[in-house]
Design a protein around this ligand. Structure first.
Ligand code: ADP
Ligand code: GLC
Length: 477
C-alpha cells in the first residue's frame, strides 16, 4: 500500500511544533506495517538546501501564479516529494510567518498550491509514486480532499488528521474563484465556512476518514467548547472520526544515547541525572541546588496555559522549588516570565527561542515537566518527560488525560502512577498539583518509582501505526 503524507512541517527539516515530529516519525513507523509512505512538503529554502538524490517528477507553468516543480528526493532519512515553487516558498525561517511575526499574506496561495499538487499526485500524475491514500495533516493540507473528491476520475482515498483545531486556515470568500474548484463546492456542504473559505473545514467535509491525535480530544472537538466552530460538522461525521494517539521517535529521544545530555543514564542509573541538572542550572542562570526543579518546554501561547503557570510561580518558589523555562511565542507571556526571573533571581530562569538541544537537556536534568495546557490534542512533551524520568505534571485534558497516570492513592498503591494531573485548568488547581509534586518528591523511593514507571511505559508508534494502517486498509475495502 502506498500513502502520500502531506504536511507543512517535518522533523528534522522544518519544525515549529509536534506536527513535525509526527510527520517525521510516521513513515518509519508505517514501514513496519507494509505501508510505503512518502512525505510531501513545501520547498522552503532550508528543505531544498538539504535535499539529495533529486529528480524532477512534474512541472507546472503556473500554480497559483508561481512556476513550480515537484521534486522527488530524500533528506533527513525521509523519502520526500517537495513542491519547489520559489515565488511561494523560497523564504527563510518560520514556515508560516514573515519577519514581522504576522502570517505571510499569500498563505492561502502557498498552501492551496501544496494541496493542488498533492491531489495531482493522488490522481496519478507522478508515475513513480501513485498513492492509494493521501493523508492530509492540519489546515495546510485541508483542500486536498476537496480537490480529490472533485477530480472527476479515479483518485486516491483521503484521510484528514487534526493536530490542532485552533488553526483552521480561514480566508475571505473572494479567494474561492481562484481555487479551481467547481461552483458547487461553494456551499456549506463544501468549502464554505462562516461566509469564507475554510481549509480545515474543507478537509473535514470531504475526507473519507478523519482522525485526531488522541481519543479524548476526539470527544472534546465534538463539543461546542472544544470544536471551535467545527463541532457540528464533526458530530455529523462522528462515524468516520477516530482518535489515534501519537508515539515518539525512540531513536531521537533516548536518554541512554542522547548527545544533547551532559550525562546519559538509564532507569537504574538515575542519580546521573544530577549532572544534567548542573548543566541546566548553568544554561538557565539558576543557583546550584539539589532541590526540586520544574521545567517548561513550550510554545508560549494561550493554548499552553502559561499565564496560569505565571500565577503559580511565587507559590512554586515559596515551596523551595525552581523553574526553568524554554519557550518562544507571545511577547506578553515572555514578559511575564522575565518579571518572575527578576523577582526570583537564581530560582527562575528563562531562555527564549527555539533550541532542540536545550529541550533535550531540560528533560534529562529537571525533576518534572509542567504542561498546564487549556487544551492539548495529544502533546509530546509529556512523552519525552516520561521517557527521560522527568515526571510530567499535566492538565487532565485531551491527549494529556490519555497518556499520564495520575499519582492518586489507588495508582500509587498499585504502583502504576507515571505523573500528576490537575483539573480544572486554573491556577488554584495547578498550585495544589505543584504542592503535591514537591511533597511526593520528599519520598525518594516513591518518586523513583514514578520515574521508572514512566521510563518503562510503551511510548512507541507500534500500536498507533497499526491503527493507521488498518484505517487505510478499511478505506480501500
Ligand atoms: P505543540 O505541537 O502544540 O507545540 P507538542 O507537545 O505536540 O505541542 O509538541 C511540541 C514539540 O516542540 C516538542 O517536540 C517540544 O520538545 C518542541 N518544542 C516546543 N517549544 C520548543 C522550544 N522553544 N525549543 C525547542 N523545542 C521546543
Ligand atoms: C499539535 C498539538 C499537539 C500535538 C501535535 C502533534 O501541535 O497542539 O497536542 O501533539 O500537534 O500531533
Amino acid at each position: 500500500m502506498r500513502v502520500l503524507s502531506v504536511a507543512s512541517e517535518v522533523f528534522p527539516l522544518v519544525k515549529t511544533g509536534g506536527l513535525a515530529d509526527v510527520a517525521g516519525a510516521l513513515p518509519r513507523a508505517l514501514a513496519a506495517e507494509d505501508v510505503e509512505m512518502r512525505v510531501m512538503l513545501p520547498g522552503y529554502r532550508d528543505v531544498l538546501g538539504a535535499l539529495g538524490g533529486t529528480k524532477v517528477v512534474k512541472r507546472y507553468k503556473s500554480l497559483f501564479g508561481a512556476e513550480a516543480r515537484l521534486i522527488a528526493g530524500s533528506a533527513g532519512g525521509l523519502d520526500l516529494i517537495v513542491l519547489d515553487a520559489p515565488k511561494l516558498f523560497d523564504r527563510p525561517g518560520n514556515p508560516y510567518l514573515g519577519p514581522d511575526g504576522a502570517d505571510w499574506p499569500d498563505n492561502w496561495q502557498r498552501f492551496a498550491a501544496l494541496c493542488r499538487a498533492a491531489a495531482d499526485i493522488g490522481e496519478g500524475a507522478v508515475e513513480a509514486f501513485v498513492p492509494d491514500v493521501v493523508h492530509c495533516h492540519d489546515w495546510q493540507a485541508g483542500l486536498t480532499p476537496a480537490y480529490l473528491r472533485h477530480a472527476g476520475r479515479k483518485a486516491a482515498k483521503s484521510v484528514a488528521t487534526i493536530h490542532n483545531i485552533a488553526f483552521q486556515g480561514r480566508f475571505p470568500a473572494s479567494i474561492f474563484a481562484s481555487l479551481g474548484l467547481p461552483p458547487e463546492a461553494w456551499a456549506v456542504e463544501g468549502v464554505e465556512y462562516y461566509g469564507g473559505v475554510g481549509f480545515l473545514k474543507a478537509g473535514l467535509h470531504y475526507a473519507d476518514a478523519i482522525t485526531t491525535v488522541s481519543p479524548t480530544y476526539a470527544e472534546e472537538i465534538c463539543t461546542p467548547a472544544g470544536g471551535m466552530g467545527l463541532d457540528g460538522l464533526l458530530r455529523a461525521r462522528r462515524s468516520v472520526l477516530s482518535g489515534i494517539v501519537n508515539g515518539i521517535d525512540a531513536a531521537v529521544w533516548d536518554p541512554t544515547t542522547d548527545p544533547h545530555l551532559a550525562a546519559n543514564y538509564t532507569a537504574t542509573t538515575l542519580p546521573r541525572r544530577a549532572l544534567n541538572k548542573r548543566a541546566v542550572e548553568e544554561a538557565f542562570g539558576l543557583a546550584r541546588d539539589d532541590g526540586f526543579l520544574f521545567c517548561v518546554v513550550s510554545r508560549l501561547g494561550w493554548q499552553k496555559g502559561m499565564d496560569i503557570l505565571g500565577a503559580c510561580i511565587d507559590g512554586l518558589v515559596a515551596r523551595g522549588a525552581r523553574l526553568a523555562v524554554l519557550g518562544s511565542g507571545e511577547a506578553a507571556i515572555e514578559g511575564m516570565f522575565r518579571a518572575a526571573v527578576a523577582r526570583h533571581p537564581g530560582r527562575v530562569g528563562i531562555v527564549t527561542g527555539y533550541s532542540e538541544p536545550l529541550s533535550h537537556l531540560l528533560q534529562g536534568g529537571s525533576d518534572s515537566v509542567l504542561v498546564p495546557s487549556r487544551f492539548e490534542p495529544c502533546g509530546l512533551t509529556q512523552f519525552y518527560g516520561l521517557r527521560y524520568g522527568c515526571v510530567p505534571l499535566v492538565s487532565q485534558v485531551g491527549g494529556l488525560a490519555d497518556t499520564v497516570i495520575d499519582a492518586n492513592l489507588a495508582a500509587l498503591d498499585r504502583g502504576v502512577a507515571t505523573g500528576l494531573q490537575f483539573l480544572p485548568v486554573e491556577a488554584p488547581a495547578l498550585d495544589r498539583a505543584i504542592g503535591r509534586a514537591v511533597d511526593l518528591h520528599r519520598d525518594a523511593k516513591a518518586w523513583r518509582k514514578l520515574q521508572q514507571n514512566g521510563m518503562k511505559s510503551d511510548l512507541s508508534w507500534t500500536a498507533s501505526a497499526r491503527r493507521y494502517a488498518d484505517l487505510y486498509r478499511s478505506l480501500l475495502g
